[in-house]
Design a protein around this ligand. Structure first.
Ligand code: TXA
Ligand code: MG
Length: 315
């Protein structure tokens, strides 16, 4: 059931989370499918609702860095990154505290835990109302396109969710950047809403994990992720008759079957915010999608990462 983000619904969301329910809620990145991270049975409901392979660990959401410190051992690097980017579109991987109450199922048996403090006001309010750490993957069926609107959640998960709290479209539109801060060198496991350049400015030399699809460093990074049904052709400099066009910036193509432009002015943040919703729209109306080249800088890195996964062969 989709409900508006009123004070009453937010406290209902908190109560449902505390009692083991599944609540989909907005963040600035994508909508999350939340459950009490300290409850094995609540976390198990996430995996079954998403039909997700259980070797994928989940990100645990808390409203502030103090509550994060109760769950994980912060390194000096982790503290610097948290200070710079929390609240915001970034998740930090750290070692679990010895007495960390988070379900081992949520971290898929790993000794580490990924933690995020989102900035979006409704996410903040729901996390405070819940009073427990909330495990939340993107609120879509496993392998499908991430939801940036409440209606996407309803379409993808429907009645498997107890409550879908609607607070409009997500501002960033791409998942959080996942950064391993267990050592003194930041390793980006998944590019996302905070750019490599922004992290480098705070943490110096940053490594981009070269995890291959067969040996994922961030275990959720299977190649065929974000998969639309249509076939995707990247870096298109021509458009074939009958193809849908996912454009970026101005262009002179006219023979497309249908077009969406991620950003007519070639603005990367605008393109990121539109990416998943436009992919969905084209996917529902076309069998083949041509995607114009997108620069590999700033948020372009995360956009290209998602597009490459969308284009990858199914497995
Ligand atoms: O923006 C986001 O991050 C959204 C919103 C809802 O917060 N959540 C999200 O969660 O994208 P999910 O489950 O779809 O992706 C979690 C990513 C996966 O790539 C997973 O492998 C990685 O985080 N991850 C989680 N725990 C980890 C850990 N302990 N070590 C390494 N990677 C981890
Ligand atoms: Mg996901």
């Amino acid at each position: 059931m989709i409900v508006p983000a009123t004070a009453e619904r937010i406290s209902e969301a908190g109560a449902r989370l505390r009692s083991g329910g599944l609540v989909a809620f907005p963040t600035e990145t994508v909508y999350g499918l939340g459950a009490d991270a300290t409850s094995d049975t609540a976390v198990a409901r996430i995996f079954s609702a998403k039909n997700r392979p259980d070797f994928n660990p989940l990100i645990v959401h808390v409203p502030d860095a103090e509550r994060a410190a109760a769950l994980a051992e912060f390194t000096e690097l982790g503290r610097r990154i948290a200070h710079a980017f929390w609240p915001g579109p970034l998740s930090i991987v750290l070692r679990r505290q010895v007495d960390c109450p988070v379900s081992l199922l949520a971290s898929a048996g790993l000794e580490t835990i990924a933690i995020r403090v989102p900035a979006q006001v409704t996410a903040q309010a729901i996390l405070k109302a819940a009073g427990v750490p909330v495990a939340a993957p993107s609120a879509n069926a496993s392998g499908k396109i991430s939801p940036t609107e409440a209606a996407h959640v309803q379409m993808s998960l429907g009645d498997a969710v107890d409550l879908i709290v609607d607070d409009g479209a997500c501002q960033v539109g791409l998942e959080s950047t996942v950064v391993d801060c267990t050592t003194d060198r930041a390793v980006v496991l998944r590019p996302g809403g905070v750019t490599m350049e922004q992290i480098e400015a705070i943490a110096g030399d940053v490594e981009l994990s070269d995890a291959s699809p067969d040996k994922p460093a961030s275990p959720g990074m299977l190649q065929s992720h974000y998969a639309p049904d249509a076939s995707i052709r990247l870096n298109a400099t021509t458009v074939d008759t009958g193809e849908a066009l996912l454009a970026f910036g101005p262009h002179r193509f006219s023979n497309f079957a249908i077009e969406r432009n991620l950003s007519p002015s070639a603005d990367l943040p605008e393109a990121a915010a539109n990416l998943f919703a436009m992919l969905r729209q084209l996917d529902s109306e076309a069998d083949r999608i041509a995607v114009m080249p997108i620069p590999e800088t700033g948020l372009g890195r995360a956009i290209n990462d998602r597009l490459q996964r969308a284009a990858a062969p199914r497995r």
